[in-house]
Ligand binder design. Structure first.
Ligand code: SF4
Length: 435
């Protein structure tokens, strides 16, 4: 167990992609021999320990670099139940040390050219740039502000490269006319209902069209999931295109689990060119939930917050992640999933705020059965002054049987109060569970 981290390093450290010379390897071994035992470092080469209360987040099996997933709990990681959720531990320590606001900074995805290499050299370069004398004087200053500025002047450029430039601020959308009917109605203060349709398992669209036609009169938009539970189905954008053909407004769900950064950008450009105007970014269920044989379970190229940051900048600044300019940027209303019942309300509220800052304009929550718990989460969001910056659609689904109630109670991020299970149990025994 590493000395200063509650996590345990199950996975080995990363190896560099390219062959390195002796000097590079020596520095890498030295850095790992210090940071590994102390912080659980896995040599991601893109160090962000400054922001994560000195716990390396790369132990998270989803590779998340911006906070816990919707399945995080105080007890364990839902992907690997033999270890704690490392992000829960990071949040716990940050709150205990009063460093939680640092967690709001939107951190970049890995630069895979650096993975497996040392990050000390970047720090030394930065010190040289600022000036060794100035750095030493700054760090020894009596003023806490000067010490902080000096520290940030060294570490911020290392963890926030120019191609990312993440921060902790709210960025209002840079457009005024609603991008979609969903946005128009929410902005008008209407009570809005959306419905989720599971994409078909086969390549025929008959059933999909039937479902769209059946639900369309009652809802503003239709969500199409993106391989929920890591199980392959028809793609969300194909279903969204069918919905558009039948004059229904789709919400295209995109999960980070199956996306690389280039694939995300190209897919969104394609989908918006076809008429999709609502996009919901989710990190996605772990491949652990998928049927065997399982795909790579360890790491995602992106997380939901990074997706939001990339897409918001694409829309509002007309830029690809690599800095290339776009003549005609895509137009869309950007959403994210919210989890009132993962980890703790105050942790989740901070994570939700980070999503809003990154670009989320609306939330669709996990299923809610515990109203008191949801109110606690809303109160924590109110304390963070974000309720006027995001529209919230609460997730509900009717429970049809005792079995369904029990199954839902085991879904990560869903809290099923015992009284509902008991009530379904009585109804089941009486033979009127559906009613
Ligand atoms: S519960 Fe989620 S955030 Fe926490 S370590 Fe596991 S995969 Fe990562």
């Amino acid at each position: 167990m590493p000395g200063l981290t509650p996590g345990r390093r199950w996975q080995p450290a990363y190896s560099p992609f390219k062959k390195q010379n002796f000097g590079d390897r020596a520095l890498q071994v030295l850095e790992y021999s210090v940071k590994g035992p102390l912080f659980g470092c896995r040599m991601c080469g893109n160090c962000l320990l400054q922001e994560t209360a000195l716990i390396c987040p790369m132990e998270c099996p989803k590779g998340l670099r911006n906070g816990p997933c919707g399945g995080s709990t105080s007890e364990r990681c839902y992907v690997d139940e033999t270890r704690p959720c490392i992000w829960y531990k990071i949040y716990e320590r940050s709150f205990a040390l009063g460093r939680e606001e640092l967690l709001l900074e939107v951190l970049p995805p890995l630069d895979w050219e650096k993975v497996g290499t040392d990050s000390w050299r970047d720090i030394f370069r930065q010190v040289a740039k600022v000036g060794v004398g100035k750095t030493v004087r700054g760090l020894l200053s009596r003023s806490a502000e000067v010490r902080k500025d000096t520290w940030d002047g060294i570490f911020r450029p290392v963890r926030q490269p120019d191609w990312w430039n993440g921060d902790s601020k709210y960025h209002a959308p840079a457009y005024t006319e609603p991008a979609s009917e969903l946005e128009r109605r929410l902005a008008a203060g209407e009570f809005v209902v959306t419905s989720e349709i599971a994409p078909p398992l086969s390549s025929t669209t008959d059933k999909l069209i039937q479902s769209i036609e059946k639900v369309k009169p009652y809802v503003t938009a239709l969500n199409f999931t993106d391989n929920a539970s890591a199980m392959p189905r028809m793609t969300s954008w194909a279903c969204s295109t069918v919905a558009l053909d039948y004059e229904a407004e789709p919400v295209l769900q995109i999960s980070a689990r199956n996306r690389s950064r280039s694939n995300l950008q190209s897919e969104v450009i394609g989908a918006t060119a076809l008429g999709v105007r609502n996009i919901l970014c989710v990190t996605g269920d772990s491949a652990k939930l998928s049927p065997s044989p399982r795909e790579k379970m360890e790491i995602n190229d992106l997380d939901a917050i990074q997706m939001l940051w990339i897409l918001r900048r694409m829309r509002d600044e007309g830029k690809y992640l690599d800095g290339r300019e776009m003549k005609i940027p895509p137009k869309f209303f950007l959403g994210a999933a919210a989890s009132p019942f993962a980890s703790e309300p105050r942790f989740q509220a901070l994570r939700e705020q980070k999503k809003i800052n990154a670009g989320a304009q609306f939330f669709q929550t996990n299923l809610v059965y515990d109203i008191t718990g949801m109110e606690m989460w809303l109160e924590d969001l109110a304390k963070r002054n974000v309720l006027d910056k995001v529209y919230i659609l609460i997730g509900v689904t009717p429970i049809k049987s005792l079995n369904m109630a029990v199954t839902l109670s085991k879904v990560p991020g869903v809290r099923m109060p015992e009284r509902i299970i008991q009530r379904m149990d009585y109804a089941n025994t009486a033979g009127n569970a559906q009613e």
